[in-house]
Design a protein around this ligand. Sequence first.
Ligand SMILES: NC(=O)c1ccc[n+]([C@@H]2O[C@H](COP(=O)([O-])OP(=O)(O)OC[C@H]3O[C@@H](n4cnc5c(N)ncnc54)[C@H](OP(=O)(O)O)[C@@H]3O)[C@@H](O)[C@H]2O)c1
Length: 247
Amino acid sequence: MLTGASAGMGREFFKNLQNFCGLDEIWIIARRADRLEEMAQSSKIKTRVVALDLTDRQSISVIEDMLRAENPDIRILINNAGFGKLGYVYELEREAQMNMVELNCASVTGLCAVCLRYMQRNSFIINIASIAAFAPNPRMAVYCSTKAYILSFTKCIREELKPRGINALAVCPGPMSTEFLDVAGISGGKSKTFETLPYCNPASVAKKSLILAQKGRAVYTPRFFFKLYRVLARILPHGLVMKFSKT
Ligand SMILES: NC(=O)c1ccc[n+]([C@@H]2O[C@H](COP(=O)([O-])OP(=O)(O)OC[C@H]3O[C@@H](n4cnc5c(N)ncnc54)[C@H](OP(=O)(O)O)[C@@H]3O)[C@@H](O)[C@H]2O)c1
């Protein structure tokens, strides 16, 4: 099962799943049904289009009902759907900020809870966090907080799932040139930090995430620069880190 399949890294995950460990079927979830239908038509593997808005809690119930009816053996769950918004909490639209929490945190929690009932030994979960999880980023307060949740949540469930032989991997990429930047209002030189940072390649992040999740890794941070940031953010006071992590 793959969320956020219709764009960016989700599309890259979808391409990689075509040749990964012999899946019988892939369920792809996002709001834009037209894009998902197009992808399903080009798929080598049977693909089910599940067009849902994951900020709506009813959507998780819909998926829960579908799983109850199908009783599948879920080998891979990829919680990739997510979005951010650049701006101060007191300036950004309230609804968008609350939806960010719904999509980035609540839907991931709900899908893990529901899908794990159908996952057996050697299956795995990939949850997409971000380098934003390592330290607070002023002007992206809600986004970085949601990703900190994902990093912590994924480490916790990984520990819980060890006796069941199921892995959970948190992926923490730096910036990637996807629709994310437009959706977040970052494009067009609105953030100096995003203009200065090195970029990650969504195709290689997706490919390596699958390999590492299968190998049992806990956290994947692409690029040496961001690995270093992760270490610094752990040892330095966040009051200091925030002086240069401001987006
Ligand atoms: N790009 C970056 O700089 C960056 C860096 C670090 C981490 N990330 C994380 O990487 C993941 C993938 O992002 P991306 O860069 O590939 O972004 P993207 O190109 O904007 O793709 C986001 C995906 O999420 C889906 N989505 C958005 N809102 C949704 C909703 N309400 N319900 C269901 N699906 C929804 C979108 O599909 P629809 O619009 O069709 O619903 C789309 O398929 C996200 O979790 C993001 O936070 C991105």
